[in-house]
Ligand binder design. Structure first.
Ligand SMILES: Nc1ncnc2c1ncn2[C@@H]1O[C@H](COP(=O)(O)OP(=O)(O)OP(=O)(O)O)[C@@H](O)[C@H]1O
Ligand code: SF4
Ligand SMILES: [Mg+2]
Length: 341
């Protein structure tokens, strides 16, 4: 479960990862602070994929890195497999964190250009002193699992690989650690469109085979919707809406979510598709494609952070911050004015 009001869901199946009131701030110069993430709550359930969706600069990567403690968040807690990561000393942290792996936004630059594929894939385990005769077999097995031919890539360096192959190497590196949680930060946005579907399929297969829970970060509505069980929409470091991904097009109500849907090709039609179970869905929130820029995270708007771009904004939106409230099963929204049928 993600968002607030999640206690009853936690009781049903304990989250593998629980992020509470996480804040990520970056001091800039002497007096300024970038408010990258402001009070984020996430409960990641075993076996689920939670999508984190939002436009560039809304704090997605900062959130992912802070969950990994790279660097640790400014405030808040990250509970992983029952242990508080935020208080751990470096060796304990590294040990614990090895079961939570992150795939970075740019596959090529996240790999050391001087190292060969076989060393890149084995790196994590070697740091822990694992090596020996069965290491080569494990590397081969993992390379095969991610769709690479071990013999042809074994001695290659990243610049001798395509972007898609580099991303497969990154996934193999993560899998070698036998993780429980995989955080994928825009894993396909740097890749050619033709390769994107292959990597997404690989991630979905990998999740099943390795029994992973996944956080999938991206700015592309369709990609996030397709791969996720639930979607969390972020705007300027805050959660706007959390809902089952199958409800994204028909039941999302936050004006920002509706804006994101309206901005994809055919988005306005998609939004009017009837719900297959309940029939036509009435959503009073208008679809608006806003052209204005994201406000600066150095000085976020008061009250609701979306208010400077929101067609429904009133004085209340400037004066009071809307809190996440449950408006349906597994559906949470932070907005003063959405009407839910
Ligand atoms: N180390 C840093 N120092 C200062 N500001 C930072 C730092 N890292 C990120 N930021 C700022 O924090 C905000 C959130 O950045 P972040 O990279 O988390 O966004 P994002 O949602 O991942 O964007 P994108 O989709 O472009 O990857 C941005 O304004 C960014 O400029
Ligand atoms: S709280 Fe106000 S400004 Fe924010 S999304 Fe809702 S209507 Fe728009
Ligand atoms: Mg990012």
């Amino acid at each position: 479960m993600a968002g607030s009001g999640t206690a009853h869901m936690r009781a049903e199946a304990g989250p593998v990862l629980a992020v509470d009131d996480m804040v990520v701030e970056f001091p800039v110069g002497r007096h300024q602070v970038v408010h990258a993430v402001s009070g984020l709550n996430i409960d990641l359930l075993p076996g689920e994929t939670l999508g984190i969706l939002g436009e560039s600069g809304c704090g997605k990567s900062s959130a992912g890195r802070a969950i990994m403690q790279e660097p640790a968040p400014t405030a808040g807690s990250v509970l992983f497999a029952g242990e508080q990561l935020t208080g751990l000393k470096s060796r304990d942290l590294r040990r614990k964190r090895s079961k939570m792996q992150m795939i970075m936004q740019d596959p090529v630059s996240s790999l050391n250009p001087r190292r060969k594929v076989r060393d890149l894939v084995a790196e994590g385990l070697r740091i822990w002193g694992f090596d020996g005769d069965d290491m080569d077999a494990a590397i081969r097995e993992t390379l095969t699992a991610v769709g690479l031919d071990p013999d042809s890539v074994w001695d290659r360096r990243p610049h001798e690989l395509s972007g898609g192959q580099c991303q497969r190497v990154c996934i193999a590196r993560a899998l070698m650690m036998n993780p429980d949680v995989l955080i994928c930060d825009e894993p396909v946005s740097a890749l050619d469109v033709s390769v994107q579907a292959q990597i997404l399929n690989l991630l979905e297969r990998t999740k099943e085979t390795y029994d992973l829970s996944m956080i999938f970060i991206a700015h592309d509505v369709s990609v996030v919707k397709n791969i996720s069980d639930r979607v969390m929409v972020l705007y300027l470091g805050k959660t706007c809406e959390v809902l089952p991904s199958s409800d994204m097009h028909t039941r999302s109500v936050h004006p920002y979510t509706r804006t994101l849907i309206a901005s994809i090709p055919g988005g306005e039609e998609l939004a009017s598709v009837d719900d297959p179970v309940t029939g036509p869905v009435v959503v009073d929130t208008p679809l608006v494609a806003t052209a204005t820029e994201l406000p600066s995270p150095l000085n976020p708007p008061s009250g609701c952070r979306f208010r400077t771009r929101c067609p429904l904004a009133t004085e209340l939106c400037a004066a009071e911050e809307p809190q996440l409230r449950e408006v349906g099963a597994g559906h949470f929204v932070a907005c003063h004015h959405v009407a839910v049928s």
